[in-house]
Design a protein around this ligand. Structure first.
Ligand code: AMP
Ligand code: MG
Length: 349
């Protein structure tokens, strides 16, 4: 295995907190906007910022406990987590969170024809993305690892989750989406009506802004982190982005390798897509789809959109096009971004 020298760009970025891409709408009319209070926490390998109308120090401590608990369950790198135990023992009596998340992960694999596949973990590990020691694996190594990859190796029977053929899993492509919904449901149950949870590339909004207007969520331009691709106006939903720019490294020849792996090749997906934003109510499914569509490429992403009614998408292409699905195109503005060319993707019928 050849170790790479890092140009530093991607490696450094890994630790930069993701800026909360929320633009505050200055509204000169209607109900005045009440400022939301909130706090930040580092978990799931990223900075999370949560602001909501029912914020108190006590409730935030409670939220932090919940995040810590789910991190302890889902983390692939913490030896004591349930997922680490599953990867080691291959069969466990799982908690309800793991059972629900695995069922969603399998459903997402089926919908995406295996482009989203949590058993891609051996590849993720071989590229060093889970350990922070990024390297380019040899072709023969990737070929050998292919024997351990494939979502048919996962089975869920009641609370028994098992992995066959020495498979192992990594929930990095789906867990934060699930977390967003768990936290939002908890806050709503406790009386929250307005909030925004920014979970490192994943945004979960609760209700509308306190002045009754829609949330304006900025979507980062994957080619220039200082700029926005555009702004989308939403309420009570998830806005989840997978971007090659989030975690990558560069080899001596200047080739960039990002952390979203095509399970059929074992290599970073490379099909002209540079970021995928998925918008919808089911956070885990949208998170899985954002990763899956990134792997599937433009044509298959369009096909899956046409045959679905539970998500909208905004896809940035390397060639400058921005593919925006029909429904969300009404709520999306380029917001001063001049380079992109919007192409509306029509839905069913
Ligand atoms: P996301 O940022 O949601 O696209 O998730 C990317 C993370 O998911 C990576 O860091 C890996 O841990 C994992 N991953 C990479 N490729 C895949 C894939 N094809 N299917 C499922 N998970 C993946
Ligand atoms: Mg994802």
């Amino acid at each position: 295995m050849k170790r790479m020298s890092f140009k530093g760009r991607g490696m450094r970025k890994k630790f930069i907190p993701l800026i909360v891409l929320v633009t505050v709408l200055i509204c000169g009319c209607g109900t005045p906007e009440k400022e939301l209070s909130g706090g930040s926490v580092f978990a799931f390998d990223t900075y999370m910022t949560l602001s909501y109308d029912t914020y108190s120090e006590e409730s935030f401590e409670d939220i932090k406990r919940e995040i810590g608990c789910l991190e302890e369950t889902f983390s692939v790198t913490k030896d004591t987590s349930e997922i680490a135990r599953l990867n080691k023992e291959k069969r466990i009596n799982a908690s309800s969170d793991v059972v629900v998340l695995f069922s969603k992960a399998i459903a997402a694999s089926e919908r995406t024809g295996g482009a989203f596949d949590i058993t891609s973990y051996p590849y993720v590990k071989a590229w060093g993305f889970s350990t922070g020691e990024e390297t380019v694996p040899r072709e023969d190594e990737l070929k050998e690892l292919s024997a351990f990859v494939g979502y048919s190796k996962i089975s869920v029977d009641g609370n028994k989750v098992s992995l066959s053929d020495d498979a192992s899993v990594d929930l990095g492509g789906i867990a934060k989406g699930y977390l967003g919904d768990v936290l939002a449901d908890k806050l709503v149950k406790e009386g929250c009506e307005s909030g925004i949870l920014s979970l490192g590339g994943n945004i979960r909004v609760i209700g509308k802004k306190t002045n009754g207007s829609l949330w304006r969520i900025g979507i980062r331009d994957p080619r220039d982190r200082e700029k926005l691709l555009g702004v989308v106006e939403v309420e009570d939903t998830n806005v989840i982005t997978s971007g090659g720019y989030e975690r990558y490294f560069t080899d001596e020849a200047g080739n960039e390798y990002w952390h979203i792996i095509d399970p059929f090749t074992g290599k970073p997906a490379n099909n002209g897509i540079i970021s995928v934003t998925v918008i919808g109510r089911d956070g885990a499914m949208c998170d899985a789809l954002s990763t899956g569509l990134f792997v599937m490429g433009e044509e298959r992403a369009k096909e899956i959109y046409k045959s679905s009614d539970d998500f909208e998408m905004i896809i940035a292409m390397k060639d400058g096009r921005i593919l925006v699905s029909e429904e969300i195109s009404k709520a999306f503005t380029k917001d001063g971004y001049q380079r992109g060319r919007i192409e509306v993707v029509s839905g069913q019928g």
